[in-house]
Write a protein that binds this ligand. Sequence first.
Ligand code: PLP
Length: 326
Amino acid sequence: MPEAIGGYFELELRQGYSLYPHALGFNSARSALKALLSANGTLTLHLPHYICHAVPDAAQSVGAGLRRYALDPHLELTTLPTLDANEQLLYVNYFGLKDSYICNVLAPHYGERLIIDNSQGLFSPALAGIPTIYSPRKFVGVPDGGWLLNAPAGDWELPASQSSSHFDALLGRLEAAPEQHYAQFQRVETALAGAPVAAMSNSTRRVLDSLDYPSIMARRQSNLSVLAHALETHNRLDIVPTAPTAALCYPLLLSDCAHVRAIREQLLSERIFVPCYWQEVVNALHSPPMERQLATCLLPLPIDQRYDAKHMARLAERINTLLATS
Ligand SMILES: Cc1ncc(COP(=O)(O)O)c(C=O)c1O
């Protein structure tokens, strides 16, 4: 078909640049992982107990067996398992805060047998030769999409996907309260969970390429350091690097789980939304105590680019007050 000239406008987006121009684009990070495991013929995937169910589900859906490993209090492996032929080890770059551990310990040890899940580390670049997946919608306003870097050589022809019908919740949040469109957001998440492996849609790619990544990173870095400074004395998790980091969130781990539940509910009543990573880890019989504690008692506080130092001060003040009064 010849290229159209004239007619009505598409949604107009700034021509920016791709954050990862050499990445393969998928409809989700799960799809990127499935395609990678299939291409590698991975028979067994070593993965943490502390992980979102989407990852083991994706691995099992392409026939990989699972072996779980435990984490220490710095969210690092307690022991490094030896991998047999056709085995790979997946590590989550937790909250985007584990770059040094990946670079200094895991990558030199496992090389291309390692898979880095940067779903929580959009701004952590992939290391040479290490397959790495990303899920940009955890960080920015797109409804779907995933990237895979350092894919093995092969035929990566993927069926196209379309996501214009996935934008309702994002557009809705521009015009109304988020609560009003939450059901639409969840519908898209459910649809993605059942979607076959496909390429990133053109609409998602165009939005991603229009974003102002340096200012997004700068805002996340400064918000993280405001919360780290204000709350570190309460935090039982000591993993925030000293270098500026454009993390996913500020992970605040408290010791009293009843306390955490009360704080989460109080914040919700004030329309401060704090997710749970991950309810399925709380429920799974195989979860070790530390992972269960993490899943129950961790408050991942928002630090994203929509907010500035004033928002962070309000958030820290609310947490400090709730901790002092309970
Ligand atoms: C650590 C982690 N990896 C991978 C995924 C899957 O990403 P996607 O929803 O883009 O498939 C998720 C969440 O869904 C996640 O939390």
